[in-house]
Design a protein around this ligand. Structure first.
Ligand SMILES: Nc1nc2c(ncn2[C@@H]2O[C@H](COP(=O)(O)OP(=O)(O)OP(=O)(O)O)[C@@H](O)[C@H]2O)c(=O)[nH]1
Ligand SMILES: [Mg+2]
Length: 403
């Protein structure tokens, strides 16, 4: 698969003017993409370049303007930095001298935005032994990993890929359903006729749930919603869990006894790929929506919208009914990250299940939303919320924590 920008790691190169940020990016990519000169402030807008960086894989380097001249108190600097940093996976702070209040501030922003970063001491060709001294100073002051290089002579650069890989967040895969069931348990799955699915097929989350259930030596019983009550009343074993399609959740809640665990495929997806607790906490933002507020519907792929499309038609309709507010919906679809300006005035992000995304690419969007201080929830969570059954449909995940 060609890595589109949604899967590429963003590496943001920052530092004072003239420290050699553009030279470093050029040295890393082996091309003169970004303009280098001895005039401070040469780079005026971010410059992007994508490449493969071993052993990290596909990355996009972002060379940025030095921000050491903006705003005496640095307020403007913070705003500008945030605008560039919000989608960074890792930061590279380039230096050629001892830390000043500028480096203090950039590192403060990295820490505040939870962006892992390294310090690259550049110009080792002229710094000589001082390069090592500087490395030590930065290590001791900020507890950060450092690397001393010469962008001019292209030396000291070969370890950078490994170091960046070491500090990148590791969004390990988590189970879809297997941690919720034991061998011998019965799981009932409610699968309605799906007009969106190809004829004769089940959709991915349904297949995934069945696979993990049977691999746990548990029993998977798959029914349509009309047969659910009959199944529960006649099977003779109390189900450990009932999983339903979100759109039938209300009917299913009324058919499943209160002491039987219940959730939806979309909520399982929300947990599997994203941050379920954060999505639940964020959904409360619905209650503050007012006339004219913007809500971004964010999708992981560009599919052709269906007539009764869940993201474009149903959720907006439910949300307007729920809040009574005239909401301004924006759709963002695709693997790329929206530009900063797209988030202007957005009060809530509602993300799709992300069936084409992996956990890492979803968690990056979660991190982005936190950095932008815009709450983000997802389809599965908000659908159950608007139907008044979110607590019921998520109880199983939080049971152990409250015991
Ligand atoms: N000796 C030496 N000079 C370097 C090195 N890297 C960059 N320079 C010089 O430092 C000056 C600034 O380099 P740039 O790469 O334009 O620096 P920058 O950080 O991108 O600067 P701005 O875009 O203005 O913020 C140029 O004259 C470069 O030739 C290095 O490793 N060694
Ligand atoms: Mg530059």
């Amino acid at each position: 698969m060609i890595a589109s920008s949604g899967f590429r790691k963003y590496i943001v190169i920052t530092g004072k003017r003239n420290v050699g940020k553009s030279s470093l990016m050029n040295a890393l990519i082996g091309q003169n993409i970004s303009i280098v000169s001895d005039v401070a402030g040469t780079t005026t807008d971010p410059v992007f370049k994508s490449m493969e960086l071993s052993p990290l894989g596909p990355v996009t380097f972002v060379d940025t303007p030095g921000l050491d001249d903006v705003g005496k108190l640095g307020k403007l600097r913070v705003e500008r930095a945030k605008k560039i940093f919000y989608r960074a996976d890792v930061g590279v702070l380039v230096v050629d001298s001892e830390p000043s209040s500028y480096e203090d501030q950039v590192i403060f922003i990295f820490k505040e935005m939870e962006i892992p970063f390294i310090v690259v001491v550049n110009k080792s060709d002229i710094l000589g032994k001082d390069a090592e001294k500087l490395s030590k100073i930065y290590q001791n002051k900020y507890g950060v990993r450092t690397l001393s290089v010469s962008a001019k002579e292209k030396s000291g650069l070969d370890k950078i890929g490994q170091i960046l890989k070491d500090i990148l967040p590791n969004d390990e895969e988590i189970p879809f359903i297997s941690d919720l069931v034991d061998g011998g348990d019965l799981v009932v799955m409610v699968v309605p006729i799906d007009l969106g699915a190809p004829k004769g097929r089940l959709i991915m989350p349904q297949v995934h749930a069945i696979r993990e259930t049977i691999d746990k030596e548990a029993l998977a019983l798959v029914v349509k919603e009309r047969e659910l009550r009959f199944a529960i009343e006649n099977i003779g074993i109390k189900p450990k869990l009932v999983v339903t399609d979100s759109q039938s959740v209300m009917k299913v809640v009324s058919d499943v006894p209160e002491d039987v665990n219940l959730t939806t495929f979309s909520i399982l997806e929300a947990r599997y790929r994203g941050d379920l607790e954060y999505f639940i906490e964020s959904v409360e933002a619905v209650e503050n929506l007012e006339d004219g507020d913007k809500v971004m519907i964010m999708e992981g792929c560009t599919h052709r919208p269906l007539t009764e499309d869940i993201g474009r038609v149903k959720i907006p309709r439910w949300l307007v009914n729920h809040t009574g507010a005239k909401i301004d919906f924006k759709i963002w679809a695709g693997v790329d990250f929206p530009e900063f300006e797209e988030f202007d005035g957005v009060k809530l992000i509602i993300h799709c299940g992300g069936c084409v995304m992996n956990r890492n690419s979803m968690m990056r969007r979660v991190r982005m939303s936190k950095r932008l201080s815009i709450p983000m929830t997802n389809y599965g969570v908000i659908i159950s919320y608007m139907h008044g059954v979110l607590e019921r449909a998520t109880r199983i995940f939080f049971k152990e924590a409250t015991n």
